[in-house]
Design a protein around this ligand. Structure first.
Ligand SMILES: Nc1ncnc2c1ncn2[C@@H]1O[C@H](COP(=O)(O)OP(=O)(O)OP(=O)(O)O)[C@@H](O)[C@H]1O
Length: 315
């Protein structure tokens, strides 16, 4: 179990992590999700003692990381796969790590097999692709057979097979009762892997909940409507804070009210509706809504064609 209490990290005037408190429980995969610069890596580095907190504290199974007798057996972490730049082979790199922690060679061989590094184990790590480096970092994290596994952006640089492998690995580790904490800036990835999400933006926790409740709590209803006079329908819904997208002359998507409300208004306005389909709110949508005020680096899109906010023209 990882427990952070009012954990903070300042760089000069900037709060990279701003008094965050959260608990990561064993037996499930907890995703640590946030846009670039949100504070994920800094938080993870503080968990394993690589950065000193400016305030607050964080413990793993009740103690700060550095106070564990055999930290590698307690916590395995992948924090920066690129940090391994060595002329050693993967095998020798892992063997050296194992030796300093009293871990037998048989375990080195096990993690090499587990991470699919067998065919390249004797090759120099310096020549590894990003994906292979990532697998090596995960192998190193698992070396001590730790109770707690922390992986910072583990799928970075992995091919689809590798992404799926990380997913299975994470789920497998959690099903064995371990604490699994994975960071990502991709909701789509977390949706497939995590049971629970901690969402961070600008150094603050903005959600900490099971995935399903994040979808339920954040998603605004979105409904696809085919109607003979969609503009009249939108005009009548204008006071209800809806947004809409015109896809075809008689096909629109309305966000902000549910299908029943649209049907009521259509009936009142005598608009003929011949399709009314509630659309599931995607996790990506829920995430965007959660973090839209919390991203450090905004991109500026061109306005989407047909995207309007009611009231609309042509009424
Ligand atoms: N050593 C440092 N010195 C100064 N500022 C830093 C340092 N490390 C991180 N920061 C700043 O702290 C904030 C949080 O960074 P962090 O790397 O923890 O975010 P992140 O969520 O992991 O982002 P990413 O997904 O881009 O890796 C950012 O604004 C970053 O620029």
């Amino acid at each position: 179990m990882i427990e952070a209490q009012a954990l903070s990290k300042r760089y000069g005037a900037k709060a990279a992590v701003d008094a965050v408190s959260f608990t990561v429980h064993p037996g499930k995969v907890t995703g640590f999700l946030g846009p670039n610069g949100a504070g994920k890596s800094t938080t993870m580095r503080m968990i394993v003692g690589l950065d000193l907190p400016s305030g607050g504290r964080v413990t793993v199974n009740g103690r700060p990381y550095a106070q564990h007798r055999a930290p590698l057996r307690e916590v395995g972490a992948l924090l920066d796969a690129k940090a391994v730049h060595t002329k050693r082979s993967a095998y020798n790199h892992l063997r050296a790590m194992a030796a300093t922690h009293g871990i037998p060679n048989s375990r080195v061989k096990e993690v090499i097999e587990l991470t699919g590094l067998g065919p390249v184990a004797k090759k120099r790590v310096g020549g590894f692709s990003l994906g292979m480096g990532q697998r090596l970092g995960i192998a190193a994290a698992l070396l001590g057979d730790p109770h707690t596994v922390i992986l910072d952006e583990p799928v970075n640089g992995l091919d689809p097979e590798g992404v799926q492998w990380v997913r299975h690995l994470a789920r497998g580790l959690a099903s064995e009762g371990r604490t699994v904490f994975l960071s990502s800036h991709l909701m789509s990835e977390m949706a497939l892997t995590a049971d629970h999400l901690i969402v961070i933006g600008r150094g603050r926790i903005i959600a900490d909940a099971p995935i399903q409740s994040i979808i339920d709590g954040q998603g605004r209803a979105r409904v696809r409507v085919r109607a003979d006079r969609p503009q009249d329908l939108l005009g009548s819904l204008a006071g209800e804070g809806v947004t809409s997208q015109v896809l075809e002359p008689e096909l629109i998507e309305i966000t902000g009210v549910d299908a029943r409300r649209i049907a009521e208004v259509a009936l009142r306005e005598r608009v003929l509706v011949y399709e009314l389909t509630p659309l599931q709110v995607s996790l990506e949508d829920a995430y965007m809504q959660l973090t839209q005020t919390e991203v450090e680096y905004h991109s500026h899109d061109l306005p989407a064609v047909g995207q309007t906010t009611a009231p609309v023209e042509g009424r």
